[in-house]
Every structure is written in C-alpha cells, then in structure tokens.
Design a protein around this ligand. Structure first.
Ligand code: 3PG
Length: 208
C-alpha cells in the first residue's frame, strides 16, 4: 500500500504515544474496532518499537506505522519492527533519501510552502502539515491549494473533534492526525469502550 492508499483508509490517523507496553494491543484493538485502522505510534517512548511490533503481529486489520521518525537509523528500526508507513514532523534531505531507498511509504512533515515544494520535487505529494493549528491551520491549507494544486495534506497538531470536520472539508486534505481519540486518562484507566466510541465518532467524519 502506498501512503495515499493508507491515508484513504480512514479520515483520522490516531497519533499514539505509548508509555506502557501492556496498553498497546487493547488500545489498537479498540481503535480498529471503532473504524480507525491506520495507527501512528510515535517513537517518543521506550516502549514505542515493541508496541509497534506487538500491534503489527497481534491486531488483525491494523495498519500500523511509526511517527516521529527523524533519521535513517530509525527508518531501519521501524521497518524491522513491522511498520507499514512512517511519519515525521519535518524532513531533512537525508531522511527523504533514506525512506525512498527503503521503500517505506512516508508522510513527511512540512510547515511552509518552500518545504512543501522541496518535498514535491523529491516525489512526495502527500505531506503532513505540522503543527497544523499553530502554523496557519485551515487558512494556510486554503491558501496553499491553488499554488500547490498537486499536493495533499494530513494536518496534525492541535486538531480535535470540534475542528477536524472543517479540515476534512478541504479538497487538499486527505485525512487528519490527532491524539484526541486516545486520551491519556482513558488509556491509563483501560477504558477501551470510551476509546472505541471516540474512534466511531472520528471514523464517521465525512471527507469531500
Ligand atoms: C504529535 O506529534 O503529538 C501529534 O501532532 C499529535 O498532536 P495532537 O496531540 O495535538 O493531536
């Protein structure tokens, strides 16, 4: 599956920062059951790589990827762990080369028109717009749509259930990313029912 096909699977990509390995599988199961099969595990905790590996192995229907992928070494690590895609908050020339060489479907982060142009030149036409809320939000995406007509975005950062519908209504938005579907307290309490309900609400958001 290429990154556009992965992004088409659901309107929302849950961004998951997993502290305790034992929460990984039930959390992923609740999200998949609620209709959100594409999951991003950020590489920001000690448990992240093992969590990714476990979900890839034990949660049928999940399309699990790695977030906060910053360098070539991490590209190798996440592929070994079973990541089907990668996401980065920004992008360097080295990282772009590494993911292309590895054949890892990738959502590189941008915050400016120039960064988007640089990545488009390298063949990336679906980009993470990050941090969406503070970098210009919906206004930026609307303004980018005419000059960057060939590009689509996955805005992430500061998006919640109130703002997601307006992002998803834009023609150049493929999907949005966010952590709101897996609140920390629900994960800590093992309240998988609440997470499933949040996923159901997110998965039924409409795209144009
Ligand atoms: C992140 O990197 O943590 C993501 O952008 C998630 O952002 P959010 O917590 O604001 O949804």
């Amino acid at each position: 599956m290429d990154i556009a096909t992965i992004a088409a699977r659901a309107p929302v990509i849950p961004v998951l920062t997993i502290d305790r390995l034992e929460t990984a599988v039930p959390l992923a199961r609740a999200l998949v059951k609620g209709g959100l099969p594409v999951l991003e595990i950020t590489l920001r905790t000690e448990a992240a790589l093992q969590a990714l590996e476990l979900i890839a192995r034990e949660v049928p229907g999940a399309v699990v990827g790695a977030g906060t992928v910053l360098d070539e070494k991490q590209v190798e690590q996440v592929q070994k762990a079973g990541a089907r895609f990668g996401v980065s908050p920004g992008c360097t020339a080295e990282l772009a080369m590494a993911v292309s060489a590895a054949g890892l479907p990738f959502l590189p982060g941008v915050q400016t028109i120039s960064e988007a142009m640089t990545l488009a030149d390298k063949g990336f036409n679906l980009l993470k717009f990050f941090p969406a809320d503070t970098a210009g939000g919906i206004g930026w995406l609307k303004a980018a749509s005419a000059p960057l007509a060939g590009l689509r975005f996955c805005p992430t950062g500061g998006i919640g259930p109130e703002t997601a519908p307006a992002y998803l209504a834009l023609a150049n938005v493929a999907c949005v990313g966010g952590s709101w579907v897996a609140p920390k307290d629900a994960v800590a309490d093992g309240d998988w029912g609440r997470i499933e309900r949040l996923a159901v609400a997110a998965s039924t958001l409409k795209r144009p």
